[in-house]
Ligand binder design. Sequence first.
Ligand code: LLP
Length: 436
Amino acid sequence: YGTMRVNARGHLEIGGVDSVDLAKRFGTPLYVYDVELIRNRAKSFLKAFRTMGVEGQVSYASKAFSSIAILQLVHQEGLGIDVVSGGELYTAMKAGFPPEKIHFHGNNKSPEEIRMALDYQIGCFIVDNFYELELLHRLCEERSRKVNIQIRISPGIEAHTHHYIITGQEDSKFGFDLGSGQAEEALKRALSLPLYNVQGFHFHIGSQIFDTKAYRLAVKKIYQHLALWKEKYAYEPAVLNLGGGFGIRYTQDDHPLPVEKYVEAIVGEVKKEVEERGLSFPKIWLEPGRSIVGDAGVTLYSVGSMKEVPNIRRYVAVDGGMSDNIRPALYEAKYEAVVANRVLEPRDRVVSIAGKCCESGDMLIWDLPVPDLQSGDILAVFSTGAYGYSMASNYNRLPRPAVVFVENGEARLVVKRETYEDLVKNDLPLTAYTNI
Ligand code: LLP
């Protein structure tokens, strides 16, 4: 998978580097990223647009994993990014990301965050609600600045992993509702505000989606309105931003499409709609997060204690858990794993992998087939590259793990492991309290 293979020592190798050596050198838990896979995924998205002969912009949804190095990497590969907070924006600027290739999402951007983004002169704001529509414009007036905006629409189609639901009025905190006329109201208002260049529309229909149906349906639905809006307001969008959500493989039950299939389906549907309706073809933007970094990430843990509950289960505890990967506890997300130092040994036992946090729910994998495990073995959990580090916490005052990039036989530390000193750096002693 990617550059992952089993080497001559029977160890898991990633990017030409022995994962057991990585665990020794950088310690565990450790997030390891296969850089080549990230590069290839980015290239596949861009190539798919080129093959279809249309202009596209692919922006990495940096919420999936934001750090200076990953943003520099996706910039090298020609992607833009989306940010959803002042913190993500700050990280992007620290990474030297060109501000014109950054766009800003979020259902409650604060005035401070908006001012910051205006000062950095980012490329585009995705306006989510009426409050923001007015607020952003006021802040543009303060600075006499014109900005690009896209209007976030809630299309009433929600895709779930294996199916989609259509609701007249989507019950979502994001975006302007399409069916009830809110979206049209927002467009009218935005077109009347002089400091807005209304680039187009955005929608995001869900995450970890395995087929193209929901995307095609959402495109169809929005074009019914776009045709009408052209007549009424002589307005046609220059950009149609369809968000992210492209699924990846976590376990053998997941069957994602190659990313180019999503692009083909989306572009194909837009082409069909504009041709049928005599509209002009917009630039298509996508915002993949998980499908850029998700399956490129592996977490290495050291096996510690084990507990046998007679006739029921064998618990094997590792040195991380819900603090570095909240997804199993939060979403009942499933993962696969191997024992990195003994990949080829027969997996004739079944164990459950527990984290080290003080919560019964801190279980990473139930019923994993493994060889006879020993304390000190290295467990490699696959597909942890998206929403792992980015949703990590210091619960139980566990320092966040380090992040390492591997490529062509070389390993590079890109995020240092937190120290105990980091954990207390914002704490003030009780005596300081009286002085505030
Ligand atoms: N664009 C927008 C507007 C989004 O809200 C999201 C994700 C994306 C793009 C990227 O979606 P992706 O391609 O990564 O599926 N924490 C959850 C996922 C939350 C996704 C939120 N929005 C998880 O761990 O599964």
